[in-house]
Write a protein that binds this ligand. Structure first.
Ligand code: SF4
Length: 272
């Protein structure tokens, strides 16, 4: 954990590792692969995916880290963003996770100089598992890889009263029409992060360049910040996505990721 290479946040925090795949965005879950490789070494037992799988719960040293980040951010007077979580889904909803969620909410309350970005593929569980009200340093987000999942997930996300509601469109598997939900206010989608998929099985549909452009224009029209993260295992060549070879530099990792030659890395202003 600690400092991260993920561009849209400063830190990553995982109260536990382990999850269940729920939709096509999970097909090539990098967290599952990483957990298979190093989970046992980190937790002393295998970390498993799937219903009934054994999760790996963070120890005391991990829980203490955000308090250090809080002190640094407060001393520097610069708010920092924390992504929770890259190796799990915070609203997975197992009964055994309830005490860890309570502890997470306490930690969030004790770290007002940090903005906590809780990203889920299960926003239908937010109302059930969240606190009575969200503090001002919580941003709630949902992955929406296609219109089908946007239509299913966003109504739950948009009901949440929190500082920022955001969507992670990664990987983008269909064109999206978000015009009816984009906006800067309460009950609207306030931020969009989007990007391609990495890995040998990465999906890069031929029309993706047009889908990305269309989403960019929808966000601009609504005055909603957008963050283009990466092309994943591809690069843009005009209207096409070209699959990268193993030794090619990765846009978004080794060099800036450009959409039509432009870096798009907008982030909403913190509300806290
Ligand atoms: S929700 Fe996230 S962590 Fe869970 S299986 Fe899907 S991609 Fe992996």
């Amino acid at each position: 954990m600690a400092k991260t290479k993920i561009q849209w946040v400063d830190y990553v925090f995982n109260p536990w590792w382990g999850c269940v795949q729920v939709s096509p965005a999970c097909d090539h879950c990098y967290a599952m692969v990483l957990a298979r490789r190093i989970g046992k070494r980190l937790f002393g037992h295998p970390v498993e995916w799937g219903p009934g799988g054994q999760r790996g719960y963070a120890g005391e040293a991990r829980w203490a880290e955000p308090l250090v980040w809080q002190r640094k951010a407060a001393a520097q007077g610069v708010r920092q963003r924390v992504f929770c979580g890259s190796m799990m889904d915070v609203f997975e909803g197992l009964r055994e996770q309830r005490p860890y969620l309570e502890r997470l909410y306490e930690l969030i309350a004790r770290t007002p100089a940090l903005d906590w970005l809780l990203l889920t593929k299960r926003p239908n569980n937010i109302a059930k598992l969240g606190p009575r009200s969200w503090p001002q340093n919580v941003w709630l987000g949902s992955t929406i890889e296609s219109q089908q999942w946007a239509d299913q997930r966003l109504p739950h996300l948009l009901q949440a009263e929190c500082a920022v509601r955001f969507a992670s469109v990664e990987p983008m598997l269909s064109p999206l029409d978000l015009r009816h939900v984009l906006g800067t206010g309460s009950g609207q989608l306030n931020w969009v992060i989007f990007g391609g998929e990495s890995g040998v099985q990465a999906r890069g549909p031929g029309a993706a360049v047009h889908w990305y452009r269309d989403l960019r224009e929808q966000c601009r029209a609504a005055g909603v910040p957008l963050f283009f993260k990466q092309w994943g295992s591809f690069r843009q060549e005009g209207e096409q996505l070209i699959k990268l070879r193993p030794r090619d530099p990765r846009p978004g990792r080794d060099e800036p990721a450009l959409l039509d030659g432009e870096v798009l890395q907008q982030v909403p202003a913190p509300r806290a």
